[in-house]
Design a protein around this ligand. Structure first.
Ligand code: ZN
Length: 350
């Protein structure tokens, strides 16, 4: 049965809209028609858990940063974020997430090991893994990394699409190569080494190509992109070129394809009227390029515009059905849905 396949998701921004974090926000434990992800809709969709991003948005989104071009768009690279502001936001989000878990009466557990995720699945308990999207909250001496690790952080992207002391994120643009701007700084290389030592997964999503190469050159763990697609199909800067995909395959890492319409659609349009087949085309390309062990899901729920047929977490079975209909067999779909995640966690979190 397609809808019995358990799914573990690589990326969501649900914490941004939690009632515990923003006034008037959503109750994660109650079913809503707004946004994409809450516990009831996760259960309906067969979502067993996922990486929950802590992400410090700028106080005011920059205006006039979007330019429509003859063939697509360019977005001005966001300004650096004040590290104190980032720390406050991240701490508030962590606190909000822990309060949700607390209130959930063992329907949700925080996971820091593969055994935690497997136990959650066995017990029918939803599992949350902490991810940090952009490492501004971690100081130059990596002071805050240990504290966040103790709080459960097991995955980290050194940059979002803006510069920080660790490196420079890739600006959003279409059609364009992700080879824009400088690579990781010395502090960024130290951060990757520290993550390797501590068993924190390093996420290359939002890095530019030089930063990606720097991570690939220094890391001793499989290379992971928690939410990105194939540049060969949709040439947005957030997607991975064939050369990057080959590096991920060689490291036996994983690409979690996201559903964000502007990274999925070949025309790069911000249009929810996007078919599941458009996503499946990326999956087929990634599986052909990387093999069936190195591809998984990274929806970007609550962080991007979703294709209408998979407009929230309850609709995940539609995607599973589309993958099966495309011809992926049950065994492969189970790997894409969850197994490949656990493989990489096992290799990274030791
Ligand atoms: Zn993102």
């Amino acid at each position: 049965m397609a809808d019995r396949i358990a799914i573990f998701d690589g990326h969501n921004d649900a914490v941004q809209s939690l009632a515990e974090f923003v006034p008037g926000g959503r109750d994660f434990l109650a079913r809503s028609d707004n946004g994409h992800l809450d516990l009831p809709r996760a259960r309906e969709g067969g979502l067993a858990g996922g990486l929950f991003a802590l992400f410090a948005r700028p106080p005011q989104p920059p205006k006039d940063d979007f330019t429509r071009t003859a063939t697509g768009y360019e977005v001005r690279l966001a300004d650096p974020l004040d590290p104190d502001f980032a720390r406050h936001r991240i701490d508030a989000q962590l606190d909000a997430l822990l309060r949700v878990i607390d209130r959930a009466d063992d329907q949700i557990r925080q996971a820091t090991t593969v055994a935690d995720i497997e136990a959650g699945r066995r017990d029918g308990v939803f599992t949350m893994v902490l991810h940090l999207e952009g490492a501004e909250a971690i100081g130059p001496g990596l002071e805050n990394l240990e504290r966040l690790y103790v709080a459960g952080l097991r995955s980290l992207g050194p940059v979002w699409s803006r510069p920080n002391i660790f490196g420079t994120g890739v600006p959003f643009a279409y059609p364009r190569s992700p080879d824009i701007g400088p690579g990781l700084t010395a502090a960024g290389l130290d951060l990757v080494r520290a993550c390797n030592r501590m068993g924190i997964m390093v996420d290359v999503s939002h890095l530019n190509e030089r930063g990606f190469r720097d991570v690939a050159g220094v890391t001793n763990a499989p290379i992971v992109a928690t939410h990105a697609c194939a540049h060969a199909i949709c040439p947005s800067t957030r997607n991975l070129t064939d050369r990057q995909l080959d590096a991920i395959r060689e490291s036996h890492g994983v690409v979690r394809f996201n559903f964000s319409v502007c990274d999925v659609r070949p025309d790069g349009y911000l249009d929810a009227d996007t078919s599941l087949e458009t996503i499946v085309r990326h999956v087929a390309y990634l599986v052909e390029r990387l093999g069936e062990d190195c591809v998984a899901l990274g929806s970007d729920f609550d962080g991007a515009v979703m294709p209408r047929p998979i407009g929230d977490a309850s609709k995940l079975p539609h995607l599973i059905g589309a993958l099966l209909a495309h011809g992926f067999d049950d065994r492969v779909v189970r790997k894409l849905a969850m197994g490949n995640w656990l493989r990489v966690f096992r290799l990274t979190w030791q």
